[in-house]
Ligand binder design. Structure first.
Ligand code: AMP
Length: 221
């Protein structure tokens, strides 16, 4: 299974990717998570990426394409993947196509989650992340568990991502519209694109995605 989850920041790609990764036992590859880990370790990649990320800008294509090339050619991605946050530009999508065809592999589909931009701003500026394990807590979850300061899974400190303040979120949305949204046409032209409603509750979105995946699998059988 090789799927791209597509959509603006804050639409729930990470949450859905994690569920799909568990369901189909394929790795969830989040370029945002990989970059944040690199920044934390202050690796060469992290040092290159940090400034762009903090400002809500895209990390240059050559850096991102190099990173994905390394992952796709590793044993980790052999059984498939759920890509979250890549590709984000047309050159990244073209490079991914070239890499996959070079490996003799095909994308099963691009699933786009649609959400109102005002909802994105509300979701992102309220969410928190665990500094240790990376778990994301939505505003709603934080209210239900009475505003915890520590992660329920690992006890790590919860914090607001540097790029989740309202002003940077607005900028990230502008970057999405300018650089990433044009990819919809790129994938529509190849017939691999399906758009679904990302405003629904997490389990409903998950079920919609599963229905699409199983339907396309049965179609192939
Ligand atoms: P995310 O967690 O997917 O919202 O990504 C956080 C940040 O990482 C983005 O705002 C970008 O600065 C950077 N980033 C992640 N994926 C990419 C990509 N495919 N191309 C360029 N920058 C990226």
């Amino acid at each position: 299974m090789r799927i791209i989850l597509f959509g603006p920041p804050g639409v729930g790609k990470g949450t859905q990717a994690k569920l799909l990764s568990e369901e189909f036992s394929v790795p969830h590859i989040s370029t945002g998570d990989l970059l944040r880990a690199a920044v934390k370790n202050q690796s060469t990649l992290g040092k290159k990426a940090q400034e762009y990320m903090d400002a809500g800008n895209l990390v240059p294509d050559d850096v991102m394409i190099g990173l994905i090339r390394e992952i796709l050619s590793s044993p980790k991605a052999k059984r498939g993947f759920i890509l979250d946050g890549f590709p984000r530009t047309v050159p990244q999508a073209q490079a991914l196509d070239t890499m996959l065809s070079g490996l003799g592999l095909k994308l099963d589909g691009v699933i786009s989650l649609r959400v109102e931009h005002e909802e994105v701003i509300k979701r992102l500026s309220g969410r928190k992340m665990c500094r240790t394990c990376g778990r994301i807590y939505s505003t709603q979850q934080l209210e239900i568990i009475d505003m915890p300061t520590k992660c329920q899974d690992c006890g790590g400190e919860l914090f607001q991502r540097e790029d989740d303040d309202a002003e940077t979120v607005r900028h990230r949305l502008e970057v999405y519209v300018k650089e990433t949204k044009p990819l919809k046409d790129f994938y529509r032209e190849t017939g691999r694109f399906i758009q679904i409603d990302g405003m629904l509750e997490v389990p409903f979105v998950h079920k919609t995605i599963l229905d699409i995946v199983y339907k396309s699998r049965n179609g192939k059988d």
